[in-house]
Design a protein around this ligand. Structure first.
Ligand SMILES: [Cu+2]
Length: 127
């Protein structure tokens, strides 16, 4: 076999193994500290870097809320945030905090956030 072919096979195997390793890491789910209520307003904190954390957030339904997504040196696609239920789509800056208002009417059921490729996701379960 020719050398360039061997190298490209090695690289692709490494990429596949890397992808498996990334997806098998157990992300922190059900993080209670992600939700706080300040002056009757619910604040939901999600951090975006190599995916979203926590992956599942339990929040209170039907109260005015703010989804606060923070990035910190986030150069992967989790900075490209999509929240279908809110018809929200934005490229977040690599480092910063984005505040996304959620009305009491929107704070119902399960809200999903995704990276634009659909590779990473998180869920807010309003209950
Ligand atoms: Cu992605």
């Amino acid at each position: 076999m020719q050398k360039p072919i061997l190298i490209s096979i090695c690289v692709s195997i490494l990429l596949i193994l890397g992808a498996f390793w990334f997806s098998s890491r157990t992300p922190s789910a059900y993080n209670g500290s992600a939700v706080s209520i300040v002056d009757g307003k619910q604040i939901i904190d999600i951090s975006a870097k190599g995916g979203y954390s926590p992956r599942v957030v339990l929040a209170r339904a039907g109260i005015p809320s703010v989804l606060r997504v923070s990035t910190r040196g986030t150069f992967d696609c989790s900075s490209s945030l999509v929240i279908p239920k809110l018809q929200y789509q934005k490229f977040l800056s690599p480092t910063g905090t984005e505040e996304i208002p959620i009305s009491p009417e929107q704070a119902q059921g399960t809200m999903q956030g995704l990276c634009s490729m659909g590779m990473y996701n998180f869920q807010i379960r309003f209950q």
